[in-house]
Design a binder for this molecule. Sequence first.
Ligand code: G6P
Length: 614
Amino acid sequence: MCGIVGYVGQKQALPILLDGLMRLEYRGYDSAGFALYSKDHFEIKRNAGPVQGLIDLTQDCGKTETQGIAHTRWATHGAPNETNAHPHRAGEIVLVHNGIIENYSQIKEYLSKEGVQFSSQTDTEVFAQLIEFRRKEIAKKNPTQSAESTLLQSMKKAIDEVEGHYAIVLMALGIPGKLFGIQNGAPLVVSKLKDGALIASDIQAIIPYHNEVCFLPKGEIFIADKDGFHAKGLKFETIDWTADKVEKNGFESFMLKEIFQQPMVVADTLTGRLPLDQKSPFMWDHQKAHEVLWKNVKRLYLVACGTSSHAAMAAKYYFERWARLDCQVDIASEFRYRDPVFEPGTVVGVISQSGETADTLAALRLANDAGASTFSICNVPNSTIARESSFQYPTKAGPEIGVASTKAFTAQLTMLCALALDVGRLRGIQQTKDSAQKSFHGLARLPQDLDQVLSQSEAFIKIGEKLKNQRIILFVGRGTMYPIALEGALKFKELTYLPAEGFAAGELKHGPIAYIDPDVSIITLAPKDEWYSKTISNLEEIRARGGHIIAIGTEGDTEIQKISNEFIGLPKSAWGTQPILSVIPLQLLAYGCAKALGRNIDKPRNLAKSVTVE
Ligand code: G6P
């Protein structure tokens, strides 16, 4: 979603701002713009469409300016056109904004009555106009006060009046060399460079310049100048992400690179944590986890959105089996507005790649406020969700740029598999099925097995290409393969824009079977697990109705090959780790089909990487 970049210092600002915007493109946006502070005026350019379109407008511009703000906008209030693109100018100030101002229409009505004219339909302009209106009022009352004090007072006043979650960065004429802003629920990351101060909504735009960053504390107005940042509570820390991790490194898309990083990501997520004897506890802060979360646990809620919610669904199988724990999975946007029961012993785990998804964050806050014990599984270190949860089990997937999540999902599944095994131990559960011990081994050899699956990538991509003319694609599976089927369908629709649905294999008879014909492809996840024979029966029913079957099974399985049109054989893994292997072909099928259709792989239309509004 929307992205912010700001720079003030001794260098030419424009290239830094444009580079930052390109690095934030992955978040999803539909227009872009920037403002430079140029002697006694602002140079503002905005464009509907890609950042490249904005860059094309910059010949002869920005040669000398060393201060500016820039933005990519994902439309919420008002169409995605140039007029609504940021920055927004109001009198002496120019402003960029992420998030939503919930009471913008009341403020707009009030300001309109006071004679303020608006040129866009955005809530952002309302915020800018309100600050400017208050600035003029205060300046009138205190004409001798400095321009900076007047601006700061007007910002405080306006911030008290607006409701919502947001971040803003602004510049004001008459106050050169300074950027002002605040984060109020939408993150801002800052870094002090040798030659100035850099600010962005997301680490990706900062990492290529410096890896010492500070996530601004909520509710504190900051001032940035060439010497750095001035605000209360700034804590800088070193992030172990490097610039090459946010480059394509020879792959034609970030998504493809991220798919191939999965063996490494899984290894990194487990490194130093998997007990070598595969008997002792996992190596995270055990004492604390036991105290804070698991000692008195009676019920576990796992809450997430999108792909992360599919990881949560798979984890339900793990927690029920190995930890014998009542585990309920919820979509965050539903959970936050329902009336969940938080009895003593309720633990709430939230799962999020970005750690900033608005609904997931709201669900976490609801749980925290209700006194539940909370933990997070996040991929972005120090993200808001990570910081606000009582305990963290971080995934180590590194920066994920492709909007459609791949490596973050496998890292989440890996972490959840390990966690459920561990909780089973902490709770002293006697394992009655051998899946627990085998899954320990499965985790240890997962990177190797993933490599083996990826060695067949060309074949998966080719099968995907052939799907481009199908009327509809169904993804089906049983047990732990059911959430993987849902994830396969989600990947497919995100990337190809074709209709795709995921079903529990046992549900086929309750609806989808009605539309089975040769133009419908059914991608079936049928490893040789405890549900195999049931899934085979379901496949027979599909075959009898002429459906085109692509079976993803265990290598060497000749039975399933006889009843399917195409077969993908995967190495046999343990019950807990088989789902992690099985998602790989689904990612590559979606990729292959999307490529054949000429889709934008890294930035599918209308989607955003980090959904920071409801
Ligand atoms: C967006 C992204 C998805 C992601 C979902 C949840 O829809 O496009 O890839 O799964 O948000 O995001 P989170 O960062 O909370 O995992």
